[in-house]
Ligand binder design. Structure first.
Ligand code: DGJ
Length: 718
């Protein structure tokens, strides 16, 4: 009997060894996440597991085989594929088999796994790359497609990532909206069939939908509980997320470039590299997922992500197009007296034959308007230097007004249909960045300004139109490449700018939050989330973007939108992000101006906590009455709590708000700050000392029953 077991054991071992050799497990893992693939007996690659890290490698053998990892069109799968190619002989199928994989260390705590798949029938190859950021628990995925057929193959679909799930229920949170109404969060239960979140706008690609999502499993996740996958695509163009539930209630999530009108001819021997898809998987809710993204982005992704950010005074809402040199010189002085780091000159400073006095003309003619600026930008740069503030300037170099000298000279550079009337979005058209000559020109806009005025410290790079009238003179018979080549051309330009001006700060702006993705943020230091600066709306918009982006990149300006809200309320909202002002300071009362000056000082003191600390969202504005969030420094010594009463209900029972992220064993002093001169804190706990434990379990009475009331509370360890 014992012998029989012994032999059985030996046999099993041999079988398992053979199994393991022939059908390896490929494990992509971070400190807390495992993504496990295995090769099936049919030689294909299967995703067996994605979730909380599996700690014992011996358990892998118990995993179900799972679903084929990177499903292809034309075989036996009945749902949306990751890959669809057309071979030279007209055959539209692909069958990918595992060939090999390798794991390389890129830097301390960052490993790359590359899985190589090939079709035995056709010389095509797919390499799936995973870069795992261990400590941050973020995984980046992209795919390389290449072939050695005689002529180009046609890529119909080419996903960056395909992930599979087998859970009871799937809840999708998307971030959609419109101009001045960005990143609204809405949650849907996914049932059988397909849900797509995508963009077909070309440029200004995120005007209606942001390129990120949250996917909760079994039940909707909360800030501190529940399983949730948060994913985002780094692509500043048409993207598509497909969520498809099949007849077995399995879910596939396909992320990548939107293949809409984008068939791609891939020449033999060339590599088609998809954009990066980034994701994290948390078992402790959305708050943890956000903090992972914030840390990872500051460390690995955002341009100068470790550096601080400049506060600023912008003239857009103070003047619109109506300014001259004198007005700007006095605004520079205002910036100085406000105590901000920079003055930012917005739209309207250029164009002579077609002066930019409104949004109807002038884009493309990047010479200073001689009437408005007789001494050029140089005079402003000089003045700013004398006042000890930095100088920044607005550009929109990818665009052209039909009323411009550039349009007259270079119609061939414009994306438009030569045989049809032009359709304009904001009276403008998009330049054809697939054309290298246009790329040189766009690079030259920045380079030219920087060469003439090396004192420029910042660009606000706007993009106010989607691609309309889509046709490229340059691409000739490859029109379906335009959406993709446009974005590649844009990156070529940005790459050159970053290489030549590594310290230059740039704001990614697109008529508000029309461009908000992590690939663009490799070249920009921050972005403009929305033209809507009504502080109430901003509470929602900033709450939405904060799910994926750190406050360091969320520009938040104090403006005149919604004057029902006090200057304090408006400033407190803006202090949750990268603070700026876009307001005529002279329309404020003396007391309000003084408040703004002290608010800048206060912000500078708290900036490292707000921009580099951990964000804990405490009360969602989606409840509408009140909202609160806090930032905690990495050592848990200092925190800043923001609380807002939006529209309290009559007779409402106000409950304390439990803080988060503190050390339960430390003692903290609670102090309300940023008060208007002469007003006293009404916070009952003001000035008192509490343990972290108390603050996180009993909480603070942060909310009031006053409409549009706000407070900022500093928490400091003794
Ligand atoms: C749209 C931007 O979002 C605004 O902040 C401003 O820069 C205008 N464009 C200028 O035209």
């Amino acid at each position: 009997m014992k012998m029989r077991f012994f032999f059985l054991g030996v046999l099993l071992c041999v079988f398992m060894q053979l199994n393991a050799e022939e059908r390896p497990f490929i494990v992509v893992e971070t400190d807390d996440i495992s993504l496990i693939y295995q090769v099936g007996t049919d030689g294909r690659l299967y995703q067996s597991y994605l979730g909380e890290r599996l700690t014992n490698k011996n358990d892998y053998v118990h995993l179900p085989q799972g679903t084929e990892a990177y499903l292809t069109h034309g075989m036996e799968d009945y749902y949306e594929p990751a890959l669809h190619v057309l071979h030279n002989d007209g055959n539209p199928s692909a069958l990918l088999k595992y060939v090999s994989h390798e794991v390389n260390s890129l830097e301390e705590g960052v490993t790359e796994t590359i899985i190589d798949l090939k079709d035995e029938q056709y010389p095509i190859e797919v390499k799936i790359h995973f870069v795992a950021y261990s400590k941050n628990n973020v995984i980046k995925e992209f795919t390389e497609i290449l072939h050695h057929e005689k002529h180009p193959i046609i890529l119909e679909k080419y996903a960056s990532s395909m992930l599979h799930f087998a859970k009871e229920k799937y809840y999708l949170t998307e971030f959609t909206g419109d101009w001045a109404h960005e990143a609204n969060m809405s949650e849907t239960l996914l049932t059988f069939g397909k849900k797509e979140v995508d963009s077909k706008l070309g440029a200004r690609a995120n005007m209606f939908a942001s390129p990120f999502f949250q996917l909760s499993f079994d039940s909707p996740s909360t800030e501190n509980a529940g399983e949730v996958l948060v994913g985002t695509l780094g692509w500043t163009g048409n993207f598509r997320f497909t969520f498809e539930v099949d007849h077995l209630n399995r879910l596939r999530v396909i992320s990548g470039i939107n293949p809409y009108a984008s068939q791609y001819w891939l020449p033999s021997g060339e590599v088609f590299r998809t954009p990066d898809f980034y994701f994290t998987y948390s078992t402790k809710g959305r708050g943890e997922a956000s903090r992972r993204f914030h840390d990872w982005a500051r460390l690995h992704q955002i341009k100068n992500g470790q550096d601080s950010r400049m506060t600023l005074l912008n003239n857009w809402e103070a003047t619109y197009f109506d300014f001259d040199e004198n007005k700007l010189l006095s605004l520079i002085k205002d910036a100085k007296s406000l105590g901000v780091d920079m003055f930012l000159l917005d739209d309207g400073w250029f164009g002579n034959k077609y002066p930019r006095q409104s949004d109807t003309q002038g884009l493309g003619d990047w010479q200073e308007n001689a009437k408005k600026l007789p001494n050029g930008l140089g005079r402003l740069v000089e003045e700013a230097k004398m006042e000890g503030v930095k100088f920044g300037v607005w550009i929109e170099p990818e665009m052209v007004s039909p009323k411009s000298e550039l349009y007259e000279k270079h119609k061939d550079w414009v994306i438009h249909l030569p045989n049809r009337d032009e359709y304009y979005f904001r009276n403008q058209l998009v330049l054809d960045l697939s054309n290298p000559e246009v790329q040189d020109y766009v690079f030259g806009v920045v380079d030219g300004l920087m060469t003439r005025y090396p004192g420029i410290a910042y660009f606000k790079w706007d993009c106010n139109s989607p691609i309309t009238n889509i046709y490229s003179m340059y691409l000739k018979d490859k029109q379906t490449h335009l959406y993709i080549d446009y974005v590649q051309g844009y990156y070529n330009v940005l790459e050159r700018i970053r290489a030549k001006y590594p310290d230059l700060s740039m704001m990614l702006c697109s008529g508000g939050g029309g461009r908000t993705d992590y690939e663009a943020l490799r070249y920009y230091t921050e972005f403009w989330p929305s033209d809507n600066t009504d502080p109430i709306e901003r509470l929602f918009i900033q709450w939405g973007y904060s799910q994926v982006f750190p406050s360091k990149v969320l520009c938040a300006h104090v403006t005149s939108w919604n004057k029902k809200a006090s200057i304090k309320f408006r400033t407190d909202v803006a202090m949750m992000g990268k603070l700026g002002f876009d307001i005529n300071l002279h329309e404020l009362s003396e007391q309000e101006r003084e408040f703004c000056i002290q608010a800048v000082r206060q912000y500078n003191e708290m900036k490292p906590i707000i921009l580099d600390g951990d964000l804990y969202r405490l009360v969602s504005p989606y409840g509408r009455q009140h909202t609160s969030s806090m930032y905690v420094d990495k050592l848990k010594n200092k925190a800043v709590v923001f609380a807002f009463d939006i529209h309290p209900r009559y007779g409402e029972h106000l409950l304390p708000v439990c803080l988060d992220g503190l050390d339960p064993n430390k003692l903290y002093k609670v102090e309300e700050v940023n008060l208007m001169k002469g007003s006293k804190s009404s916070l009952s706990e003001n000035g008192k000392v509490f343990s972290g434990n108390y603050l996180m379990t009993a909480g603070l009475r942060l909310f009031s029953s006053q409409e549009l009331f706000s407070r900022i509370v500093k928490i400091e360890a003794l």
